[in-house]
Design a binder for this molecule. Structure first.
Ligand SMILES: Cc1cc2nc3c(=O)[nH]c(=O)nc-3n(C[C@H](O)[C@H](O)[C@H](O)COP(=O)(O)O)c2cc1C
Length: 176
């Protein structure tokens, strides 16, 4: 059975993380596939599910939230992990000394952990290309406080993403 890596992305960074996780799971001997969360109609054929979403204005991507709403009964019946693709930049702490990864954890992630009975969840650094922003994103860039944290670049930490995927592969029974 397949491990599904369902992702919710607006600009592509989270999709790239999901593809990387699926590749690592495959390399570890599992059958794994990354798909946009909005396109998944049924998870009954999946042995386990990883759900990932970008974070916008402190919230997990709406397609990730909708995916959990649609499938929470089926998700509770199988191993689930969640991730968000959030902060930008290379700093590990904000100017008040708060851990950036912890501060970037979407407030609604805990609720989705409960709904799915997730075995674990994590936050990965994301990516931002200002030339690709939609209207809402461009408007947000005009707000000085938002501009400070919307740092251009690709900050995805591939070794950390790979290590997390391998920890999932290790926790699941080896693929037969
Ligand atoms: C309009 C806008 C708002 C954002 N708000 C947050 C936020 O509240 N917290 C956060 O950690 N990252 C925030 N980000 C950074 C995105 O989560 C990051 O760029 C993410 O990797 C984008 O994923 P995607 O390319 O899959 O859409 C924001 C980015 C944009 C463009």
């Amino acid at each position: 059975m397949t491990i599904l890596v369902a992702y919710a992305t607006t600009y592509g960074a989270t999709g790239g993380i999901a593809e990387h996780i699926a590749r690592e799971l495959t390399a570890a001997g599992h059958d794994a596939e990354a798909r946009p969360a909005a396109a998944v109609k049924d998870v009954s054929g999946c042995s386990a599910v990883v759900v990932g979403g970008a974070v916008f204005a402190g919230r997990w991507h709406r397609d990730a939230r909708a995916f959990v709403r649609r499938h929470h009964d089926a998700l509770r019946a199988r191993p689930v992990w969640l991730f968000s693709s959030g902060p930008l930049g290379t700093a590990t702490h904000d100017k008040d000394g708060n851990d950036l990864v912890e501060a970037s954890r979407p407030l609604d992630l805990a609720k989705h952990e409960q709904l799915t009975g997730a075995r674990g969840s994590t936050v990965f650094f994301g990516a931002l290309d200002p030339s690709r922003l939609n209207r809402a994103g461009r408007l947000m860039m005009r707000v000085p406080a938002a501009r400070e944290v919307m740092i251009e670049g690709d900050f995805r930490d591939w070794p950390a993403i790979g290590a997390w995927a391998r920890s999932i592969a290790d926790e699941l029974a080896p693929a037969s």
